[in-house]
Design a protein around this ligand. Structure first.
Ligand SMILES: *Cc1c(COP(=O)(O)O)cnc(C)c1O
Length: 453
């Protein structure tokens, strides 16, 4: 044993440190002892690795830092100034006050989640949402699961296992985050039959592939990329007509699931759920937290005979949604039914935000920053696997024009605030977009920008 090891402070010595002793009472003794042991053990390894020993005070400080880290939640709010409205890495859709209130109410105590208040008997989880989905989409029935990836897997497992599903070659895509149509298909036990080519697929391509083994024709919305140039996609109307003629159900994985007409906001047309249902799709699959603007969920809307089959599938139990999100989703859907989504659902408020409002917010932000900032024209993105290539004109606060080191430093500083602010760096300039920031967050951001070094 070297001299250094003899110098290693005993756990008792760490525990007798004034600051560590003051933790007693707030934290269980065992936890403090455990953390002290861990730090002592780490110190032993440091010394064995030939590093300079820490003092007992330094080790006590490390224990304190560990305790502080425990108290700081890892998952916490950030301000999204990237200009990407549905940012998957930043948690997708912020919720409306109505949805938040509904979630708050239902999680404080018990609820009639699976209890029929009328009969006093067991009820169904889906009953709280099915009517709303059906009213909004025109579907006969609906089921809600954990997310849209689960919804698609359930649909294929429940209705196409050991059978064939025909997909256009241009739609056998990867959505991101590990969701790839060929892999999901394999997992479900269905056989993927690819037809057409990467850029062009026609109704006849599907028609020629239909056999007695065909379980469905599947359309997948290419939500995160765009094929340009010489292309042909079979429309959902054409596909539904073919399915009808050949007596094969059509499944539509819409991804985002849109209830409002995006062209009204200068965006490309995003397929709407009601349109798929109206033209005869047997099932439509979509997310709760993309353009719907609610909590994470996967919704399947469609014909009753298929939904009823899916309801009985064992996977439903493994994919079920919890009461809190169910309450939030119902409240979000209600905004659409009441015709108030544009003013109540944050995602749509952001999309619909007038450029003049964004500009005046950008000016206020830039003023808070002083000379280092200027307001420039730019583009916001909807993101989250919807409207590929679709952008909205915006005003950006540009900080440290073309000074890469400054942009990196400020961006880092913003990320390390108590409420981290996430911007984007383009052409060595840090850009902040007010469009994706909730107006009620402006006060926080203004104060923070004023103090930026
Ligand atoms: C986003 C997306 C999914 C996955 O939905 P999650 O809700 O993220 O699980 C599936 N299909 C398409 C076409 C998508 O865009």
């Amino acid at each position: 044993m070297t001299n250094e090891f003899r110098n290693l402070p005993a756990v008792d010595k760490i525990l007798s440190d004034e600051r560590i002793r003051s933790l007693e009472g707030t934290y269980p003794h065992e936890l403090i002892v455990d953390l002290s042991r861990e730090q002592s053990e780490q110190e032993r390894r440091r010394i064995a690795g030939g590093k300079k020993p820490h003092t007992a005070q330094e080790i006590a400080a490390a224990v304190l830092a560990e305790v502080q880290a425990l108290e700081t939640p890892n998952l916490r709010p950030v301000i999204n100034a990237t200009g990407v409205i549905l940012h998957t890495n930043l948690g997708r859709a912020p919720l409306s006050p109505g949805a938040i209130a509904a979630m708050d109410r239902v999680c404080r105590g018990y609820s009639n989640l699976e209890f029929d208040l009328e009969s006093g008997k067991r009820g169904s989880r889906d009953s709280h949402i099915e009517t709303l989905v059906c009213r909004l989409t025109g579907a006969e029935a609906a089921i809600v699961v954990n997310n849209n990836a689960a919804a698609v897997l359930l649909g294929l497992s429940g209705l196409a296992k050991r059978k064939e599903v025909i997909v256009s070659r241009g739609q056998a895509v990867e959505i991101g985050g590990g969701f790839r149509i060929p892999d999901v298909m394999r997992q479900s036990g269905a056989k993927l039959i690819e037809v057409g080519t990467t850029n062009c697929t026609y109704p006849a391509d599907y028609e020629q592939a239909i056999t007695e083994r065909t379980a469905a024709l599947l359309r997948v919305h290419s939500s995160n990329f765009k094929v340009v140039g010489f292309t042909n996609e079979v429309t959902i109307e054409e596909l539904a007509a073919l399915g009808e003629a050949k007596n094969v159900p059509v499944f539509d994985d819409l991804g985002s699931g849109c209830f409002l007409d995006t062209t009204k906001y200068g965006l490309a047309y995003e397929p709407m759920v009601s349109q798929s249902i109206a033209c005869g799709a047997a099932l439509a699959f979509f997310s709760g937290d993309k353009l719907v603007g609610g909590p994470q969920a996967g919704i399947i809307a469609g014909k009753k005979e298929y939904i009823d089959k899916l309801r009985k599938h064992p996977l439903v139990r493994a994919m079920r949604i919890d009461k809190i999100r169910l309450a939030g989703l119902a409240a979000t859907l209600l905004h659409y039914l009441k015709g108030e989504a544009e003013s109540k659902v944050p995602v749509w408020r952001m999309i619909a935000s007038p450029i003049a409002d964004i500009e005046s917010r950008a000016n206020r932000w830039a003023d808070a920053l002083g000379k280092r900032a200027e307001v420039v024209s730019g583009e916001s993105m909807v993101g989250g696997g919807s409207l590929p290539g679709g952008t909205l004109p915006t005003r950006l606060v540009a900080i440290g024009r073309q000074d890469a080191a400054l942009a990196q430093r400020l961006s880092r500083q913003l990320r390390h605030q108590e409420v981290p602010v996430i911007g984007r760096i383009e052409q060595e300039t840090l850009l902040l977009d007010p469009r994706s920031v909730l107006p009620e967050e402006d006060d926080i951001i203004l104060q923070l920008l004023r103090n930026l070094q």
